[in-house]
Design a protein around this ligand. Structure first.
Ligand code: HEM
Length: 397
């Protein structure tokens, strides 16, 4: 069997391939790009719970030369390990708890409603361009305090970074994906300097002023964190919304359940995440040899942890390929697990709930008009490039 997350054919429907991996090759090795793949729920969860053995610091993508731990000019929370990771995470996590995030509900709802109004005015309404793409960028820009007028630039940088594919000819140089990252970091550095001179009521200004255990965040740490939020908060949430718009088009009876009982939507978000994860998987590097399923994965190997496959494992849920918005399960791995568990999970959940409360209230009968859907070309991300729709009946109010 062949498997690479960069295979363009995979993006149409990766789930039968994941099933084959789970059933026949639970510790698959891609010889060409030299990485291993874990695809069963218990294995992926166990690896995420062992961050000393499966380390993040040497990069989260497969097919790239190993990065030197700590080689970036700015420290990024998601590729720090051990104490360094723990101490930075403690510093920045305040403000991301479900309770702190809940106060954003009116802002998010207003943005969602305005975007739906705008979507309904379009000659060719596109759910990605007019809704799922701008919503998270506007929300995270507001939260951080970066000017809303810069959001197109941020979106372009974010797309270039997340969709970087090392197997495309010309992309072999790992620095190719770093160019836009560098520009985004530079941009963010300038915003920080502005807030230092003139603080406002935003996350950047609050982080600049925060003191903990006698120290403050360095400028490099702040740049790295802002950078990560702009990237992490954008493509992921956009594609959670896009993937769900497709799922509800494919499953009219599940859509009907949500229209008839909007109180179900909060719980259903967990099923949206489980069934078609926006981040399909991320890699770790082994710090020692690991024996698994009769195979020895040597030290210093790249191991891809397939969250999206784990979520469809019948070792984890019954009837995993059935999309059921009433399913009670939050133990999916779409936000990861353990020490690196997604810091923005509460925000993403809130944005998705509000997005579908508003979409299903205002355009309950929408239909996608372009099949097959054009998928985002990216190793880790599963999503849609565009989703033209027929609005159907538009309900105001
Ligand atoms: C549906 C939307 C989202 C998905 C599917 C998602 C997924 C993930 C995953 C899988 C990880 C774990 C990475 C790892 O284990 O290596 C992660 C980490 C992270 N996410 Fe998210 N994310 C989403 C939204 C957000 C948002 C909205 C933000 C910020 C506003 C955010 C910020 C972060 C940060 C800072 C980390 C790093 C945490 C750490 O390493 O300690 N994410 N996310």
């Amino acid at each position: 069997m062949e498997f690479s997350p960069y295979d363009p054919n995979l993006h149409r429907d990766p789930y039968p391939v994941y099933r084959e991996l789970r059933e026949k090759h639970p510790a698959f090795h891609n010889e060409g790009l030299d990485f291993y793949v874990l695809s069963r729920y218990p294995d992926v969860a166990a690896a995420l719970r062992l961050p000393e053995t499966f380390v993040s610091g040497k990069g989260l993508a497969v097919g790239l030369p190993a990065r030197e731990a700590g080689s970036e000019s700015v420290p990024l929370l998601n590729v720090l390990d051990g104490d360094e990771h723990h101490s930075l995470r403690r510093f920045v996590r305040e403000g991301f708890s479900p309770r702190s995030i809940a106060i954003l509900e009116p802002l998010i709802r207003n943005v969602a409603r305005e975007l739906i109004d705008d979507l309904c005015q379009q000659d060719v309404p596109d759910l990605v361009r007019h809704f799922s793409n701008p919503l998270p960028t506007i929300v995270i820009s507001e939260l951080l305090g970066v000017p809303i007028t810069d959001r197109e630039r941020i979106k372009d940088w974010s797309n270039a970074i997340m969709r970087f594919d090392p197997t495309t000819p010309g992309n072999i140089d790992p620095r190719a994906g770093v160019g836009p990252a560098f520009e985004l970091a530079e941009y963010f550095g300038a915003v920080i300097e502005e807030r230092r001179v003139e603080p406002r009521d935003d996350l950047i200004s609050r982080l600049l002023q925060r003191r903990m255990a006698g120290r403050q965040l360095t400028k490099a740490e702040l740049v790295g964190f802002g950078f990560l939020l702009l990237i992490g908060g954008h493509e992921t949430t956009t594609n959670l919304i896009s993937n769900t718009v497709i799922l509800l088009d494919d499953h009219p009876s599940e859509r009907r359940r949500l229209i008839d009982d909007p109180a179900l939507i909060g719980n259903a978000v967990e099923e949206f995440l489980r069934f078609d994860a926006p981040v399909q998987g991320l890699a770790r590097t082994t710090s020692r040899a690991v024996s698994i399923h009769g195979r020895t994965i040597p030290a210093e190997s790249k191991v891809l942890l397939l969250f999206a496959s784990a979520n469809r494992d019948d070792r984890f849920v019954d009837e995993p390929d059935r999309f059921d918005v009433g399913r009670k399960s939050t133990a999916h791995l779409s936000f990861g697990l353990g020490s690196h568990f997604c810091l923005g999970a509460a925000l993403a959940r809130l944005e998705a709930r509000i997005a579908f409360e508003e979409l299903l209230k205002h355009i309950p009968d929408y239909r996608l008009t372009q099949r097959p859907v054009q998928r985002v070309k990216s190793g880790p991300i599963r999503g849609a490039v565009r989703l033209p729709i027929d609005l159907g009946r538009v309900a105001s109010g």
